[in-house]
Design a protein around this ligand. Sequence first.
Ligand code: APR
Length: 308
Amino acid sequence: MRSKITVVGAGFVGSTLVQRLAERDYADVVMFDIVPNMPQGKALDMLEAGPVLGFDSQVTGTNSYEDTVGSDIVVITSGFPRKPGMSRDDLVKKNQEIVSQVTEQVVTYSPDSIIIVVTNPLDAMAQLAHKVSGFPRERVIGMAGVLDTARFRTFIAQEVGASVKDVQAYVLGGHGDTMVPLSRLCTVAGIPIAQLISAERIEQIVQRTRDGGAEIVKLLGTGSAYFAPSASVLQMIDSIILDKKMIMPCAAYLQGEYGIEGLYVGVPVKLGAKGIEEVVEIELTPKEKELLQKSADAVKELVAVMGI
Ligand code: APR
């Protein structure tokens, strides 16, 4: 039987993700939104691309959680996107209510699912979904690190004129201004970037990565990024559905790893059929540890704002 994936929120991120998933042809996809008819319309439009692109995935749009029943993976993208000038952190109260309500429905209709949270502020929303669902940490994962790392890799590849495929990197920490791009471990075809790019340029690229979301928000005028975010969720889902056990940075509930307890922070994890199959601990320098701790403190503040 085909796997079943539900995407909650049929906005820019959600619908782009559903399109990407349908084209993968390994699962049936349900797209849920509270706006009447809209997810049905988008789903039908995507389904009608099947004969042209050659996929048999069923794509269903709905306003009823009953249609999501028994999903293997549920992706939560519902919420308000960031407006220009608004920090990710300002979003917390706005999206807390939405993510809580959605998570309750996920628990009711897909109690064995793996939840991937995309709604911002990411780390806080992942913490909320973990708390509300009562699911083990293996099954509640936040998408941020893959996107932040993709941005970092894009800029590094541009800088040295290399293929993005040859650029390996990790961005850890919270998905916000305090994220921690580990430039020390960034390589191009195995060569550390310190041998290829000046320290000053690396620092500029690190800063551009930190501001990556805001750069897009400013250019778009309304709304926030969705092409790279949906591609990043897709990579996580590939690793889960195909049990590839890829290691990628995701927001995970830490229980002492990296010296952090009881908090969602971006760290490398192994993703397989069971969700998070391992939290991978990289040895950090004292400076990197300090930055990661700072980032964790920022997440903690947001969690405190939610009062959970
Ligand atoms: N249940 C389901 N869907 C909801 C709910 C709800 N309670 N509340 C809002 N939505 C839907 C909206 O109707 C809208 O279609 O969520 C969708 C959000 O889509 P967009 O406004 O297009 O936002 P998008 O760009 O997709 O971003 C979604 O992902 O990257 C993050 O910061 C971003 O938090 C934002 C989220």
